[in-house]
Design a protein around this ligand. Structure first.
Ligand code: UD1
Length: 417
C-alpha cells in the first residue's frame, strides 16, 4: 500500500497549472456513449477514476484510447453491451451516469450500485424518479440497478433536492428522448454546464444549464468527429488557493476560471488573505495569521462541500473560533480526528464542527478517509512541524492529477513510498 512521507514545514511558492475537472471528465466519458461516432476529449485528467471509467466504457463495446497524455478518443459506434461490470462500477461513484447514457442510447442499462467515497448516505432516489418520469421501469435488486424503456418521452421533472448527479443523469437520459424535458430545481455546478456544452457541441439541444431550470429538446441523433476540452477543475484550483493561504505562501494558480471560485476568494479575503484575480489565473498570497471565519457548505454558487476539509485546515490555524456547517453530506468531518492527532482543536457535533485556532500543527501518522480529506491532510502535513506519514493515498489518486509533483514544484517535501 502506498503512502506519502511529508516533511514540513513548508511555505509554498511558485506557479501551478490546474488540470481538467475530475467531476466533469467522469460525466463527459459516459456522455460520449450517446454519440454514434468518434469524439475527442482534451484536457482529461489522467486520474484513477477516469482510468476505471475508460475500462468500463471498453467493456460496453466503446473503443477508448489515450492519443496524447490528456486527450482521449472515444468511438462509441459499436456499443454492444448495456451491462456495466459490477466489480468496476462499485469502485466508482459516478458509474451512475452510465444509467442515463445507456438508457438514452440503448434504452436499457444495468449498473452496479455506485461506490466511491464514504461521505454518509448517498441516495439516488432522484435519479430513479427522473428515469421513471421519462417512462423507464427501474429495478434495484441484488446490488444493481436495471432500467429499461421502449421509448423515453420528455416531461417535467422537479427534483426534491438539488443534486449534481441527478441533474447530469437526467440530461444524459433526455437528450435523445422524444419531445421536451424540463428539469427544475437543478444543480448549477460548472461541470453541469460543461456536460451541456459538450452535448450541444455534438448536436444536442440543451438550454439553461447553470440556471435553476434546464430545458432539453430531444434530438434524433448526436454526431461525432468533434473535439471538446474539459473545463478546469474548480476544486483542484481551490485546493491550491487554500494551500497558499495555510502555508503563508505565494501561489499563482494558472489555467482556472476565477468566477467558479468567487465564494472561496471571498472567504479567503475575509480571513485576511490577499487574492488577485486575473482572466484565467488567481494569485493567493498570505504573510500574516489567518482570521477565524464561519463556513456553510451549499450547492454552487455556495461554498463547495468538496473544499470543506481543505478550508478546515485553514480554520485550525486561524486566530479565534470558527464554525463549519456541512449541509450536503452526513459524514464529512472524519478528517478532523486526524487533524486533532496533529494538534488541532476541533469538536464535531453532527454536521457542525467548531475549530479553536491553534498556533501550529505537528507531524503525525494520518489516514485519509476520502478524496478531499486526503487533500486536506496533505496540506496539513506540508505546513506541520516535523514529518507526517499519510496513508490511504489511493483516495487522492482518484481525483488529483500528479498531486505530489505539483506540490513538490511549489517547494513541498513529499515522497511516495
Ligand atoms: C457530486 C460530486 C461530489 C460533491 C457533490 C456535492 C461528482 C461525481 N461528485 O456528488 O464530489 O461532493 O456533488 O457537490 O460530481 N441526494 C438525494 N437523492 C439523490 C441524489 C442526491 O437525497 O437522488 C442528496 C445527497 O444525499 C446529498 C445531496 O443530495 O445530500 C447532494 O448530492 P449530489 O449533488 O447528488 O452529489 P453527487 O452528485 O453524488
Amino acid at each position: 500500500m502506498e503512502k506519502f512521507i511529508i516533511k514540513g514545514k513548508t511555505k509554498l511558492t511558485g506557479e501551478v497549472s490546474i488540470s481538467g475537472a475530475k467531476n466533469a471528465a467522469i460525466a463527459l466519458l459516459p456522455a460520449a456513449l450517446l454519440i454514434d461516432g468518434v469524439t475527442t476529449i482534451e484536457n482529461v485528467p489522467n486520474i484513477s477514476d477516469v482510468q476505471i471509467c475508460c475500462k468500463i466504457l471498453k467493456t460496453l463495446g466503446a473503443k477508448v484510447k489515450w492519443i496524447e497524455s490528456n486527450t482521449l478518443r472515444i468511438d462509441a459506434r459499436d456499443l454492444d453491451c448495456t451491462q456495466a461490470p459490477l466489480d468496476m462500477t462499485s469502485k466508482f461513484r459516478a458509474s451512475y451516469y452510465l444509467l442515463g447514457a445507456l438508457l438514452g442510447r440503448c434504452h436499457k442499462a444495468e449498473v452496479g450500485l455506485p461506490g466511491g467515497c464514504n461521505l454518509g448516505a448517498r441516495p439516488i432516489d432522484q435519479h430513479i424518479k427522473g428515469f421513471e418520469l421519462l417512462g423507464a421501469s427501474v429495478d434495484v435488486t441484488q446490488g444493481k440497478i436495471a432500467a429499461k424503456v421502449k421509448k423515453l418521452v420528455g416531461t417535467t421533472i422537479y427534483f426534491d433536492v438539488v443534486s449534481v448527479g441527478a441533474t447530469i443523469n437526467l440530461i444524459l437520459a433526455s437528450v435523445l428522448a422524444k419531445r421536451t424535458t424540463i428539469l427544475t430545481n437543478v444543480a448549477k455546478e460548472p461541470h453541469i454546464v460543461d456536460v451541456a456544452n459538450f452535448l450541444n457541441s455534438v448536436g444536442a439541444d440543451i438550454i439553461g444549464a447553470g440556471t435553476d431550470i434546464i430545458k432539453i429538446n430531444g434530438v434524433d441523433k448526436l454526431v461525432g468527429n468533434h473535439t471538446y476540452s474539459v473545463v478546469p477543475d474548480q476544486i483542484e484550483a481551490g485546493t491550491f488557493m487554500i494551500a497558499a493561504a495555510v502555508s503563508r505562501g505565494d501561489i499563482l494558480v494558472k489555467n482556472c476560471i476565477p468566477e467558479h471560485l468567487d465564494c472561496l476568494t471571498a472567504k479567503l479575503l475575509e480571513m485576511g488573505v490577499s487574492v488577485d484575480v486575473y482572466d484565467d489565473s488567481i494569485r493567493v498570497t498570505c504573510n500574516k495569521k489567518l482570521q477565524a471565519s464561519n463556513v456553510i457548505t451549499l450547492p454552487y454558487p455556495g461554498f463547495p462541500t468538496d473544499l470543506q476539509p481543505q478550508i478546515g485546515v485553514a480554520l485550525c490555524l486561524a486566530n479565534g473560533t470558527s464554525i463549519i456547517s456541512e449541509s450536503i453530506w452526513d459524514s464529512r468531518f472524519q478528517y478532523t480526528n486526524e487533524l486533532n492527532k496533529m494538534g488541532a482543536q476541533i469538536t464535531v457535533q453532527g454536521k457542525t464542527a467548531v475549530f479553536e485556532g491553534v498556533k501550529g500543527l505537528t507531524g503525525a501518522p494520518i489516514y485519509s478517509t476520502d478524496l478531499r480529506a486526503a487533500a486536506a491532510l496533505l496540506i496539513a502535513a506540508i505546513v506541520a512541524n516535523g514529518t507526517s506519514e499519510l496513508y490511504n493515498i489511493h483516495y487522492i489518486d482518484r481525483g488529483y492529477e500528479h498531486i505530489e509533483d505539483k506540490f513538490r514544484a511549489l517547494g513541498a517535501n513529499i515522497e511516495r513510498v
